[in-house]
Structure formats: structure tokens, C-alpha cells
Design a protein around this ligand. Structure first.
Ligand code: URA
Length: 411
């Protein structure tokens, strides 16, 4: 295989064969195809794209670079959800145990937050003792006992994606639909799924800024997933304001617990039920009942216990990671809230320390925003519009300034 010729062909708008793609990924993973050639190829793909066949071949090659879960014969349907990320999006914490109430298997492999997008693993690790690094044997055993497991990508799962994503991150080659599709789906398909629902966000707090761009990504993911034998459902959801009332790791866990105890905010409950209904056999009314009658809450507690987490702290979770500074932001006028910009709140949360700018940064579980007002609410001057949780007064003041920039109240 003459790699420069393949790079040139892609640079000039040609197509690569399945065999060529398979070999490139295998050699890159093994270290015999150097980073500079893979970077050049990634940039050529960014500019020229890939046809659906090439994208499926890339996804398959990345999937086959590592191990996949092997479910036993006669297992229940295996289902999952992937979201392209958003601000205050704690849906996975609620949806995974909810789906397990339907006797489905949910082997959810999630990621950590990067940039303004929060990560499910960071939220789970805010629960003292919670282990996200389970072996394949532990994962399968937990599916047998409670039907749900929430873990991170291991060294064994999609090593090609791990290596390629690190390279894309530093070579300006992240925003490419075929590369994104292969990266996301190879990790999800390593769970050996029967059904997957994709929650593709668009708006100021999302990776995709417009619904057209989100539609293109959703269509590409559905095509590849279906080519690989998985039933794919896609949902496009706006991300112009934070989901629910809380942004930040421990604050979002608290809101997820409230939701599992039947006291969730309307927007969070609605999207969770929509996504769950897309892969569940149970009707939406039954899923809603499991959220409100304690069934999903009991499953979440079983999940936390099974993965070593401290179940006893869940009922008073607001005391587990208290921030030293709590700073309310109040309305300076009366009117209707017409905007609370998700992207601006996401950046402010990152600056408070809730997220990471680089993959190896640590996150601060305590900081973020709670009690956020929703757009469409009528407020009076002096009403609380949200509470900033910060490490210092200076951090809180900077976040308050950002909050005011994110907010519009119309008379
Ligand atoms: N998330 C991923 O896992 N990969 C991408 O390429 C983009 C988002």
C-alpha cells in the first residue's frame, strides 16, 4: 500500500476502497503508519468528505481495532442513547436506569466533558466511590443482574478512535461529518447494540450550530448504523438554553436524582421520555410512571451500589460537594425572559472549573449554576434568576457578568 497515493487520491476528491481504509486504520493503530500521514489524510477527509460506503468502512475498521462486548445467547434487546452534547444535559443519568426498568440491557459507554460540553463520566464520578472503569467480565455480570452499566471507554475499546481523536484535536480536523460519525458510532457499536437513539443537538450550546447541520450529521449516523445492522432512531433537539435548571457536575447529579424521584423539570422529563420511548418496548406512559413511582429511582440506586458508589449520600447530595461561594443573580427589571444563552452559560461554567479545556485537566465537581430561570418565564425586578456556585468571590463575579450577558429580559 502506497500511503502518499491514497492521501493524494482523497485530496483530489477520489474514493478509497474498503480494503484501503481497513489497512490504513490497522496500520495507524499498530503504529506503522505515522501520525503525519494520518493527519494529512484526516485533513483531506475534512475537505473532501467521504461517501456513505467509505464512512461505514471507516466506522467498521475503527470498531474492529479493539474488542466488543459479547452478549450471551438469548439476551434481552441491547439499547443505548448517544447525545452530541449540550449544556446541563444530564439525561443519560436518568435514561439508562429508566430503560433497564423495561428489562432491556443498557451497557452505556460514555465520555468525559471537553470544552463547554459536560461528560457523563465526570458527573458519575461526583458520586463518592463510583467506579467507571469496569472489566468486560464485570460489565456483563452487571447486565445480567440489574440490566444497566455505565462505564468509560477502556484501552481495549476502539483504540483507533482514541489515537485518531487525539490527533484530530491538535490538527484542526475535528469538524468533519465522516470522522465524527466513525468516532461516535465505532464506540457505541462496540456495545453490540440492537437499537440506538441519537440525540443530535443544534444551537449556541451545541457542536452543530444549525438544524441543517444537525440533520446532515443525524442522516449520516443513521445510514452507517443501519448498514451495520443496528436499528437507529434520530432526534434533533435545540440547545439554545441549558437543559433543566442546573449546570455543573454535582449540581446536575442532584437534578437527575430529583428527576428520578419524580420531581424533574418539564423540559428534562420530556426529552428523557422522548429518547427512551424511541428504543423501549414500553409505551411513553409506562416510562413516565416508572419515573414518578420510584421504580427508576430504585434502579439508579442499584446501579450506584453495583459500581461501588455511596448510595447513602444520594438523598442529601447537595451536601456532598458544597461550593465555598453561592452567589444569587437577581433580575434588574421586570419582564419575560426571552433568552438564556446556552453557549455563554457553558463557557462560564467551564471558567468556574466545572469542565476541562484540555483532555487531562481535572474538573471541580462543586461549581456551576443552579436554579436557572427558563426562557418564557415572567420575572419581577429582584427575583432570583439563578445561583452561581464558585470557588472564590472573584470567580463568582466573573460568572455573574457572563450570566448577565447570556440573559435577555423583554418588558
Ligand atoms: N465525539 C466523539 O466521540 N468523536 C467526535 O469526533 C466528536 C464528538
Amino acid at each position: 500500500m502506497h500511503v502518499p497515493s491514497l492521501i493524494e487520491r482523497k485530496r483530489d476528491g477520489g474514493e478509497l476502497t474498503d480494503a484501503e481504509i481497513g489497512r490504513i486504520v490497522a496500520d495507524f493503530t499498530a503504529g506503522s503508519l505515522p501520525d503525519y500521514q494520518m493527519s494529512a489524510l484526516a485533513m483531506a477527509i475534512c475537505w473532501r468528505g467521504m461517501c456513505p460506503r467509505e464512512t461505514a468502512a471507516l466506522t467498521r475498521a475503527m470498531l474492529e481495532s479493539g474488542s466488543v462486548l459479547h452478549h450471551p445467547p438469548g439476551h434481552p434487546p441491547v439499547v443505548d442513547k448517544h447525545s452530541t452534547g449540550g449544556i446541563g444535559d444530564k439525561v443519560s443519568l436518568i435514561l439508562a436506569p429508566l430503560l433497564a426498568c423495561d428489562r432491556l440491557w443498557v451497557p452505556m459507554i460514555s465520555g468525559r466533558g471537553l470544552g463547554i460540553t459536560g461528560g457523563t463520566l465526570d458527573k458519575l464520578e461526583a458520586i463518592p466511590g463510583f467506579r467507571v472503569g469496569l472489566s468486560e467480565a464485570e460489565t456483563l455480570a452487571q447486565l445480567e443482574t440489574i440490566g444497566v452499566v455505565m462505564i468509560g471507554q477502556t484501552e481495549a475499546i476502539c483504540p483507533a478512535d482514541k489515537k485518531l481523536y487525539a490527533l484530530r484535536d491538535v490538527t484542526g480536523t475535528v469538524p468533519s461529518i465522516p470522522l465524527i460519525v466513525a468516532s461516535i458510532l465505532s464506540k457505541k457499536l462496540a456495545e453490540s447494540l440492537d437499537r440506538l437513539v441519537l440525540d443530535v443537538k443544534y444551537g449556541s450550546g451545541a457542536f452543530m450550530k444549525t438544524d441543517e447541520a444537525a440533520r446532515d450529521l443525524a442522516d449520516a449516523m443513521r445510514h452507517v448504523g443501519e448498514a451495520m445492522g443496528v436499528r437507529i432512531t434520530t432526534r434533533l433537539n435545540p440547545m439554545d438554553e441549558p437543559l433543566g435548571h442546573a449546570v455543573g457536575n454535582a449540581l446536575e447529579v442532584r437534578e437527575a436524582i430529583d428527576t428520578l424521584q419524580g420531581r424533574g423539570p418539564a423540559d428534562l422529563v420530556a426529552i428523557t421520555l422522548d429518547l427512551a420511548a424511541a428504543v423501549s418496548d414500553a409505551p411513553r406512559e409506562q416510562l413516565a410512571a416508572w419515573l414518578s413511582d420510584g421504580t427508576a429511582w430504585a434502579k439508579f440506586q442499584a446501579l450506584v451500589a453495583a459500581q461501588g458508589g455511596d448510595v447513602s449520600c444520594l438523598d442529601h447530595f447537595e451536601t456532598v460537594h458544597p461550593a465555598p461561594v453561592r452567589h444569587p443573580v437577581t433580575a434588574d427589571r421586570s419582564g419575560v425572559v426571552s433568552r438564556l444563552d446556552a453557549g455563554t452559560i457553558g463557557h462560564a461554567s467551564l471558567s468556574l472549573g466545572a469542565g476541562r479545556s484540555r483532555a487531562d485537566d481535572a474538573v471541580d465537581f462543586a461549581v456551576g449554576f443552579s436554579d436557572l430561570v427558563k426562557t418564557g418565564s415572567t420575572v419581577r425586578a429582584g427575583d432570583c434568576l439563578g445561583i452561581i456556585h464558585a470557588r472564590s468571590e472573584a470567580d463568582a463575579a466573573a460568572a455573574a457578568e457572563a450570566f448577565r450577558a447570556a440573559l435577555t429580559i423583554v418588558a
